[in-house]
Design a binder for this molecule. Structure first.
Ligand code: ATP
Ligand code: MG
Length: 436
């Protein structure tokens, strides 16, 4: 399993005036067998004339769901989300909710609220989408991080990652499954996790050889949670004695954001075994001091990545500071196949045997595959420009794009980043350091 949301076959698009009749029918049907809605249908329809955002779900030309939110500056009220009875259980409501939250966040909304009549089934679904229930009434709200200019997020270089990034990571089922279960679900379903006494993670370490997808996984987590992603570059911290102070300042800004995935790549640069050099020592100590305060923030996740887990200070990675230490290994066959499929489709019309490329690239990282694919394309291009053996520029009619031999030759000419020794060391590191 790799996704918590059932795949929806519905297409989500903005509401258009011609949708009105069908949308009203969906909303009326959605409440027919339930408690009366908090906002009467007339209010919902009249909201369509004011500041609002409305979306519909469509399948094969038929409206299967419709949602509308009313905007009051940076606060939005979801007035209605309705799903046709025939389309329930297909994830349409969740897809509409996600698309609505994304669209509202993009328009500068910082809080989204929903009022449901008591006993309404939607309460559970809202919990699964990071909404918190308030008091005795069924009042749900979700604070969004601001995306406006000049604010903290922008100052820190934060961004929202394109939704769906996690799902585009090919293969790597073991890594995806682990990260989904241990990290994404407890944060995305905080109330449900809390009912079971599950403590959501606040900080994790991803380790593995270079180019295995650690950064992409970290961004994928932010994309799944729909939290902004902020990267701290150790090399950007002021050099010399100012580094610890710069780190402190950075963390002071981070806690001002409502929710965030904070990513530190190559964390060994600031958390290596304290070797007696006073500068590194001071920065490592500072980071150790800052993590407990960071951990107090419920919707903050620190993700550190490293190629050299064995070089990290033992005090840094201990339980209590980092909840999980997760391995991200070299791309497996499925990952390599998917990555190759993408390049082959761009580079040639030939029916290339992907399995041969996968077998020939066992120790390749995605970056190595990218390089080999570029070489294969270049070879076919030069063949067309120069012809075979001739240095004369020409355009040979009917000359072919890259063929499987071009790919295999390019692979043979590419030095893989991984070696058996690196893979072996990674496996030893899993035994010694992984905590999952
Ligand atoms: N499973 C995958 N499917 C498709 N593309 C992938 C996959 N894993 C990684 N990639 C691609 O490979 C490239 C390298 O990935 P990434 O930068 O995340 O690796 P990394 O582990 O962070 O590397 P480093 O250790 O050098 O920081 C990226 O362009 C990424 O999109
Ligand atoms: Mg990286």
């Amino acid at each position: 399993m790799s996704s918590t949301r059932p795949a929806t076959t519905a297409h989500i698009r903005p509401f258009e005036p011609r949708d009105l009749d069908a949308a009203v029918a969906v909303w009326a049907e959605a409440t027919a067998d339930r408690q009366p809605a908090v906002f009467p249908l007339a209010d919902v329809v009249s909201a369509l004339g004011a500041e609002h955002m409305a979306l519909v779900a469509e399948r094969e030309g038929t409206l299967t769901g419709a949602a509308v939110a009313h905007l009051q500056q940076d606060h939005a009220w979801i007035l209605r989300i309705g799903v046709r009875s025939g389309a329930r259980g297909e994830g349409v409501g969740g897809a509409l909710l996600d698309a609505l939250v994304d669209g509202l966040a993009a328009r500068g909304v910082r809080r989204v609220s929903v009022l449901l009549p008591d006993g309404e089934a939607g309460a559970e679904a809202l919990g699964a989408h990071q909404f918190t229930r308030r008091g005795g009434v069924s009042y749900h709200h979700r604070e969004l991080s601001s995306g406006g200019s000049g604010d903290v997020l922008e100052r820190l270089g934060g961004m929202y990652v394109t939704p769906g990034l996690f799902e585009t990571l090919a293969g790597m089922e073991r890594e995806k499954d682990l990260i989904e279960r241990r990290v994404i679900l407890p944060l995305a379903r905080a109330e449900q996790a809390d009912r079971h006494g599950v403590r959501p993670p606040r900080a994790i370490i991803l380790f593995g050889p270079p180019g295995t997808g650690k950064t992409t996984f970290a961004k994928g987590v932010a994309s799944r949670l729909r939290w902004p992603f902020v990267e701290l570059f150790p090399s950007h911290l002021a050099v010399g004695g100012g580094q610890a102070a710069a780190l402190r300042e950075f963390f002071a800004s981070i806690v001002e954001i409502n929710e965030v995935v904070l990513f530190i790549d190559e964390v060994e640069e600031i958390a290596a075994i304290r070797d007696g050099r006073p500068v590194t020592h001071a920065v490592t100590n500072e980071l150790l001091k800052l993590i407990p305060a960071f951990r107090e923030r419920p919707r903050h996740l620190l993700v550190c990545a490293t190629n050299a887990i064995h070089s990290l200070d033992a005090a840094f990675i201990r339980p209590g500071r980092f909840d999980y230490v997760l391995p991200v290994g070299p791309p497996d066959e499925a990952a390599r196949a998917a990555i190759w499929r993408g390049y082959v489709a761009q580079i040639t019309d030939d029916d290339v045997d992907i399995d041969r490329l996968v077998d020939a690239t066992e120790l390749f990282t995605p970056a190595d595959i990218d390089f080999a694919a570029r070489k294969a394309a270049q070879a076919a291009f030069e063949r067309e420009v120069f012809g075979d053996g001739s240095t004369e520029c020409s355009l040979i009619p009917g000359s072919t794009r890259a063929a499987v031999d071009d790919f295999l030759r390019a692979i043979a000419d590419t030095r893989p980043t991984l070696t058996r020794a690196i893979v072996h060391e990674f496996e030893t590191d899993i035994d010694a350091y992984a905590r999952m």
